[in-house]
Design a protein around this ligand. Structure first.
Ligand code: PLP
Ligand code: ZN
Length: 424
């Protein structure tokens, strides 16, 4: 099965390909991001999404159906990069809930039956990151890695440390000093991750860890979302939403934008489902930035940046980063999980916006906290970054871009108890 999967440069004027066993964080020729690509006609692709319905395993992780217990690997035909099923590292992730949130809908002026909340905080480590980590650890095992590392605003480190501990890897995490909520930091420590606080913010941490991982002497496998395998696992969030809606796509999917890995994975999921003829309609995408970390919104909404078949205006991106350097700009928001000013997956996010006819907006910390309180009052609650989705929805309703009767799914990326300080 494995030689039908490969890595492919997303830059259409390069299109370089690499084997699935190479450990890369970008194209060797042009430095662009990589996708995992498949020769679908050589793979056993289901004829309809209904195929997955008989997969539900009620016996648990330690039964013979362990892969079917995982809400990620139940959909393994749609992410078939592993060599054999024995490669797969799973801890029972992805068993999350899509809630029809009528009380919240009523409060913000939506019709009953229109608003849904996807609780990715119900993953083992309390955030959506587990969907990606299970896939990246699977690849790490395939290539024989023993040491894994990431830079993190908190949830990636919690997830990495949990998977490392449970599956026999050494885990190393870099976090910005004072930039992480106490709940997330305590998880990395609890699970035995080697945790280094460095002076600076997320962008500084990522730059440092990429330098360290780039030196083969260190033998460190990088787990940040520049790792294209992580995004394969995160596609499953969309599959579960479709499943919970009897395979009927919603009108909108709304997601917070940080390093832009999640929205990129959603775009890839729908691009592939359409290509495979497994859906006939693609939902629209809204990516919500915090005002204090609004690079994507600045570029897309204010300056009109778009994918343009892969020939997006690279100069516009370079100039915004140069201006940030010059003014010593630092992102700042209470939604620490999206406090990122140089999103590494920016080109893939532009592609996702193109595929899903998407929009970008930014919301203030006040709007985020207000929306977070509403999700807690009329739902299961979520951490601040996740509530940017509901704040963004209210903004798009006020602009009459989303109407009260359209079906909307907000992705609640992290658990309420990740950051209780924000509430108290
Ligand atoms: C990581 C994270 C995000 C941002 O996701 P990206 O893929 O980096 O855009 C949003 N919310 C929470 C809770 C997160 O942990
Ligand atoms: Zn390339």
């Amino acid at each position: 099965m494995n030689d039908a999967a490969y890595q492919k440069c997303i830059n259409p004027s390069c299109n370089a390909t690499y084997g699935i066993d190479e450990v890369l964080t970008g194209c060797k020729k042009c430095k662009s991001l990589l996708d995992i690509a498949y020769d679908w006609n050589r793979l056993p692709v289901p004829k309809s999404m209904g195929f997955f319905e008989h997969r539900w395993n009620t016996k648990g992780l330690h039964s013979t159906g362990a892969l079917d217990f995982s809400g990620v690997w139940r959909f393994r035909e749609l992410m078939p990069f592993y060599r054999t099923e024995a490669d797969i590292v799973t801890i029972g992730e992805g068993r999350t809930i899509l809630q029809q949130a009528d009380l919240l809908a009523k409060n913000i002026g939506m019709q009953a039956g229109s608003l849904y909340l996807q609780y990715e905080g119900l993953n083992p480590s309390g955030s959506f990151k587990d969907n990606g980590m299970t896939a990246a650890f699977t690849h790490a095992r395939m290539v024989g890695a023993t040491k894994v590392a990431c830079a993190s605003t908190g949830n990636t480190s919690a997830s990495l440390a949990m998977y490392a501990s449970l599956s026999g890897f050494k885990g190393l995490v870099f976090i910005g000093s004072g930039k992480i909520s106490i709940g997330k930091l305590s998880q990395a420590l609890d699970y035995g991750g080697i945790t280094l606080q460095i002076q600076g913010d997320f962008d500084d941490c990522l730059r440092r860890i990429r330098q360290i991982a780039a030196d083969p002497k260190n033998g460190i496998y990088l787990m940040n979302s520049v790792n294209p395998f992580r995004l394969e696992g995160q596609k499953s969030i969309m599959y579960r939403i479709l499943e919970a809606r009897s395979w009927e796509p919603p009108d909108w999917v709304i997601v917070p934008g940080g390093n832009l890995g999640n929205c990129s994975a959603f775009g890839k999921a729908f691009m592939e489902l359409k290509e495979l003829g497994l859906i006939n309609r693609i939902p629209r995408l809204a990516i919500i930035n915090a005002s204090g970390a609004n690079t994507l919104n600045e570029l897309v909404t204010r300056r009109g940046l778009c994918w343009n078949g892969g020939n997006y205006d690279r100069q516009a991106v370079e100039s915004i980063y140069a201006a940030m350097d010059e003014s010593h700009y630092r992102p700042h928001t209470i939604a620490s999980a999206i406090e990122i000013s140089r999103p590494v997956n920016l080109p893939k996010a532009l592609r996702a916006l193109d595929v899903m006819n998407g929009v970008v907006r930014e919301v203030t910390d006040e709007e985020i906290l207000e929306a977070r309180a509403k999700v807690a009052r009329w739902g299961f609650g979520c951490e601040p970054a996740s509530a940017a989705t509901v704040a963004g929805l209210q903004k798009l309703m006020a602009e009459q871009i989303i109407s009260p009767g359209e079906s909307v799914v907000c992705i609640l990326t992290g658990h309420e108890l990740k950051d209780p300080n924000a509430t108290v």
